[in-house]
Structure formats: structure tokens, C-alpha cells
Write a protein that binds this ligand. Structure first.
Ligand code: FE2
Length: 603
């Protein structure tokens, strides 16, 4: 039986294909169209899933859409009417968009895939999130927590998963939304909503949560895990362009200019920001106020999530928790849920945002609607498109790019380890690209985490990121506990997906300066031999050579672009940046040699 899950028209559109309950392929549309957070109908992702499964659309038994458009439309309609006339623009724009195509998903899927209406099913947005976490987890029963901006009406829920059934017990409804509260601060702090939330999280440790009392005016959290926003401070319920209003600014001061460079006295002024401004100290102090605000919203978000998790534990009595929804990507909060609630084990679906709804919808259809038994655990994220040796070499030859092919894996890995240990920055593209927003050793840029200057070096060469954004470490799962505070690290699924921020052990911070954040934390990825053998071997060999089985891992993309998919995209990114070495499968391209030797190809 073949089921296709589809999510689109909100944040990240995606498709996922199940065969007899096992995942065959899953990808977000942005990786094919190169439009970051592409939310259009995921034509390319669907084609990719069908291609990978060796299917035509007509072979599909069901297509499940991740939410119910008519209920969502009802929410838009009612909330626009309640806030009319302030909402006149949002009303007009949503009528155009919804009557254009968003409402007619069934017809669209019928037309695009040539399927009869009976094969097209719909689930609810938060049920898709819940199913995406629970049915991908290894747990037979678990509490489920979903938290995001908004689905149809629901913005957060506590639920329960048992066997082939997942259901929501309680929910919080729009406009009361933890995700939208965090997004309002993301916008206030000068970042793009649905993109800059990580930046707020990264900025928080540079500040002190001095504005907690002000943030608490905006949200009231009850001990039962519910919360309520004071809508006097927000405009997201009646505006398409603004999320907060003047009353919000009266509490927190003027919003940060999105074009201004962010640095504090603790972060220093990085060289890639250009010359140090004359009023450096005044600017740094002003930025510290914004960091204090980031620290405050992060602290209150953690408090809300911890309260919800504790309530979910009380209500279900289960020792395990599954989480999804965009807020479940807040890896700092996730680390605290593990450490500070009675839950013993967590599972967070790696594509916790709306893209992940595609997998949840398909799994919900297969297990809960059709009652089929469970057979799948998501142990890794390599569900995207892969490009074999023929495709890689075909591209390199066509473009006359000099390369060396090292079929002996030990030789390949030794070469890469030598480069990393000597301070080179390596683009590493192997196998199928990752599902979800994190690069986990399939489309990664790698560097030596032991060098204090490596963070700046990677930023200057490739990323141009704000200096407060930390780089992440990949560590052998079995060795993680030597370096990070994560007891029994092998067991923790979220760490496989880089979804926990934990403490770097104090005596190891000096050894790993490039991946240790200002507060001594690190967002580790544990690497397992069974699920990512070549990447595991690389880190293992780096450990043998240097004594430290950890590499710095950042996503393989230029600032503002989606992570690369094809060899051509990887090469273009390599060429446009200061990366030193590119590894495409077994083929190694070294920048210096490609400059000096013209067109020689050795196989
Ligand atoms: Fe969502």
C-alpha cells in the first residue's frame, strides 16, 4: 500500500511517501526550487517521492493532506471579522489567496495527480504534527505535545499516542499562541519571522532576562499548561505585515533595525562586519538591551514549554514524550524538558515544523485511519534525493572540473581528516539529503572544532552569520558523554537530530572553543555507525588523529539559500565561497589544485 503525505500553503511545503507503513522518501520543496521555505504546491517533492518509489501517481492508494483547509479558512474569516475594520487588508488578501487555490486542495490534488476524490484524505494540522512525532518514535505509548504558530484553530495541544492511535486531549486555540508570541519577538529583534527564531535563541545567552516581568504581561501561563496572550500588545490577528503594536513597543522600546549589525561586548566585533564603528561601545550596549529581551522571551518560552510538558506527564502518566510543531525546534527548551521534567525519554520529529506534517498526515492515514500496524522508526534523516557516482562524475567531467576519485574509503577519509585537522573548511556531500532544517552529515560543511578562530574563519569564508550564532558539533554517539552533559547519550533520539542544547563539560570547553557557545552550551549531533557509517568513520578517524572525536558541522549552503541538493549546487556553493575542499561522494575537489591544473580528470 502506498500513501503520499502532502503539506503546503503555509510555511514549508513537503511530500513524503510510505510503502506499507515504511518511509520511502521525504523532502521539502525548497530543496528543488531553491526558494527558501517555499510554501507552494510541492510538485517537485511529490515527483521526487514517486520517482524514488518507482511509482506513477495512479499507483497511490491514498494521498493525505496535512490540514483541513475549510476549518482554517473559517478561522481566518472569523478572526478577520472580529477585528474589522483593522483587518481589512488581511481580509482582502486572504480572500484572494483562499478563493484562488488554497480552499480547493482536493481539486488541486485530483488535477495534479489524476486521482479520484475518494483517494484524497485530510487530517488536522496538529494531529499531523502529533502523528509525525509519535509514529516516527520507537515508543509503544507516549504523551504527545504539539506547539507551533497556528494550524486551523489549534496552536498547541497535549495528546496521547498508543499503538496505532494518536489523539489530542486538550488544545489551546488562536490567537493564544506560543509560536506567534516568539515570532513577534523575532520580528521585534529585527529578524525574519519563521527564519530568525534560531537567531533569537542564539542571541539569548548574550543577555540577562531582565525583561521577564514585561514578557509576563503578554502571556499568562497556568499550572495546567494552558496559556493566554494579552491581545492588546499584538497585531498578528488583524495585520499581514505587523505582529506587535505600539503598546508592545511601550514595554520594550523601539524595535531593532534589521539592517544593523548585532554585536555585544561579549561577542566582540567580527572582522566581516567591516571597520569598528566610532560609537562601538554605545552600539554594543544598545545591542545588549536587545540580547536581554531575547533572553527574556526565551526564558518565558522555556517556562511555558516546561509547564505544558509537566501537565502532559501528570495527565498521561507516561514516562515518554513526543514533540512536534515549530516550537519543538527550540533545542534549548528541549534540553530543559529532558533535564527538568519527569519524562525519561523524548522523541522530537526532525522536521518538527510544517514540512513534517506531510509525514504525519501519511502515517496518521496508514495507522489511525486504516488501522495498520506500526513498522517504522525514524532513526536518521537521509530521506531526500541522492546522487550516485555516475551523476557526480558526469557533472564534474561535463564542467571540466579537476577532481580525484578515491574509491578506497580509508584513503578518502584520511585525506579529509588531514584537511580538517590542518584548518581547511570542507564541503561534505554524501548520499541522500536530510529531512528537516538541519544538516546532519549528508550536506554539511565541516571544520576543526578545536581552533578558537574557526568560528570566525567559517563565517568569513562562507556563512557571514551574526557572531552570536553558535556552530554545532557532531560527535560519535558513544563518546558524547565525555564532552557533553547528556547521560546515556546513545539512547536519545533528539540528539541524533541536533535538537538538544546541552552543557559542554567545563573541562572540555577549552578543547572545543569553536562549538562552545558563550554560555558553555553546545547543540550536539550524536552520530551512529549504523545510520551514517561514512560520517561516523570520518569523525572516528579524526578522533584517532587528534584525540577529539568531534567535528564542527554547519549546513551546506550560502547565507539565505536552502541547503544544497545536487552536485552542481554543491559545486556552485563551494566555488562562490571560501571553502577549501569539496567532497562529493568519493570525489575530492581541492580549490588550489583546481585553480592551477586545467581540466585534468583522474578516475
Ligand atoms: Fe504547524
Amino acid at each position: 500500500m502506498h500513501i503520499l503525505g502532502v503539506s503546503c500553503y503555509f510555511h514549508d511545503s513537503a511530500a513524503a511517501l510510505l510503502r506499507n507503513g515504511l518511509l520511502v522518501a521525504a523532502a521539502e520543496e525548497e530543496r528543488f526550487t531553491r526558494k527558501k521555505h517555499d510554501y507552494e504546491f510541492p510538485r517537485h517533492a511529490i515527483d521526487f517521492c514517486l520517482r524514488t518509489g518507482g511509482l506513477r501517481a495512479a499507483d497511490l492508494d491514498y494521498v493525505v493532506f496535512f490540514e483541513k483547509p475549510f476549518i482554517k479558512f473559517e478561522r481566518l474569516l472569523l478572526s478577520s471579522l472580529q477585528t474589522f475594520p483593522r483587518s481589512h487588508r488581511v481580509f482582502r488578501e486572504s480572500m484572494i489567496a483562499w478563493f484562488g487555490d488554497k480552499l480547493w486542495i482536493r481539486h488541486l490534488l485530483q488535477r495534479e495527480l489524476g486521482l479520484p476524490p475518494a483517494k484524497i484524505l485530510f487530517t488536522e494540522h496538529h494531529l499531523s504534527h502529533a502523528a509525525s512525532a509519535f509514529f516516527c518514535s520507537p515508543f509503544e505509548e507516549a504523551a504527545v505535545l504539539t506547539v507551533d504558530g497556528v494550524g486551523e484553530w489549534t496552536t498547541a495541544s497535549i495528546g496521547v499516542g498508543r499503538g496505532t492511535d494518536v489523539r489530542l486531549l486538550r488544545e489551546i486555540r488562536f490567537p493564544h499562541s506560543l509560536g506567534l508570541l516568539y515570532s513577534a519577538f523575532t520580528a521585534f529583534l529585527g529578524f525574519e519571522v519563521n527564519e530568525g527564531e534560531y537567531k533569537v535563541m542564539g542571541m539569548a545567552p548574550f543577555g540577562t532576562p531582565r525583561y521577564i516581568d514585561q514578557v509576563r504581561k503578554l502571556i499568562r501561563i497556568s499550572q495546567d499548561g494552558s496559556f493566554e496572550l494579552d491581545m492588546d500588545y499584538f497585531s498578528f490577528h488583524h495585520s499581514t505585515s505587523r505582529t506587535f503594536n505600539r503598546a508592545f513597543e511601550a514595554l520594550f522600546g523601539p524595535p531593532r533595525d534589521p539592517r544593523a549589525n548585532f554585536f555585544t561586548r561579549a561577542s566582540g566585533h567580527p572582522s566581516y562586519f567591516g571597520e569598528r564603528p566610532a560609537n562601538h561601545d554605545a552600539q554594543a550596549r544598545d545591542n545588549e538591551r536587545y540580547a536581554d529581551i531575547a533572553a527574556s522571551i526565551q526564558a518565558v518560552t522555556e517556562e511555558a514549554l516546561l509547564t505544558m510538558a509537566r501537565a502532559a506527564h501528570r495527565e498521561t502518566g507516561f514516562p515518554r514524550l513526543c514533540m512536534a510543531g515549530g516550537v519543538a525546534l527550540n533545542s534549548v527548551a528541549n534540553g530543559r524538558v529532558l533535564r527538568e521534567t519527569p519524562f525519561e525519554e523524548l522523541y522530537v520529529q526532525p522536521a518538527a515544523g510544517d514540512g513534517g506534517g506531510a509525514i504525519g498526515a501519511a502515517l496518521y492515514g496508514y495507522h489511525t485511519v486504516l488501522g495498520k500496524p506500526r513498522a517504522f522508526v525514524m532513526e536518521h534523516t537521509a530521506w531526500g534525493e541522492g546522487h550516485g557516482p555516475d551523476a557526480v562524475e558526469g557533472f564534474l567531467r561535463r564542467e571540466n572540473i579537476p577532481y580525484e576519485r578515491l574509491d578506497d574509503e580509508d584513503r578518502l577519509i584520511d585525506r579529509v581528516v588531514d584537511h580538517i585537522a590542518s584548518g581547511k573548511v570542507v564541503g561534505w556531500s554524501q548520499g541522500r539529503f536530510e529531512w528537516g532544517p538541519r544538516a546532519l552529515g549528508h550536506r554539511s560543511i565541516l571544520a576543526d572544532p578545536r581552533r578558537a578562530d574557526m568560528k570566525d574563519l567559517v563565517n568569513v569564508k562562507i556563512k557571514f552569520r551574526e557572531p552570536f550564532r553558535p556552530f554545532a558539533p557532531s560527535v560519535l554517539a558513544e563518546r558524547a558523554e565525555e564532552y557533553f552533559w547528556l547521560p546515556d547519550a546513545v539512547r536519545h533520539y533528539p540528539a541524533r537530530f541536533m535538537l538538544y542544547v546541552v552543557e559542554v563539560k567545563p573541562d572540555k570547553r577549552q578543547i572545543l572553543p569553536a562549538i562552545t557557545h558563550v554560555d558553555g552550551s553546545g547543540r550536539l549531533q550524536t552520530v551512529h555507525r549504523q545510520t551514517n557509517p561514512r560520517y561516523y568513520r570520518l569523525i572516528e578517524r579524526f578522533g584517532e588523529a587528534t584525540g577529539v572525536p568531534v567535528v564542527l558541522n554547519t549546513s551546506f549552503n550560502l547565507k539565505g539559500e536552502p541547503i544544497v541538493n545536487t552536485p552542481a549546487e554543491a559545486f556552485r556553493t563551494f566555488n562562490a565561497s571560501g571553502m577549501d575542499v569539496l567532497v562529493l561522494g568519493e570525489c575530492v575537489i581541492e580549490k588550489d589544485s583546481s585553480r592551477t591544473e586545467g581540466g585534468a580528470v583522474c578516475a
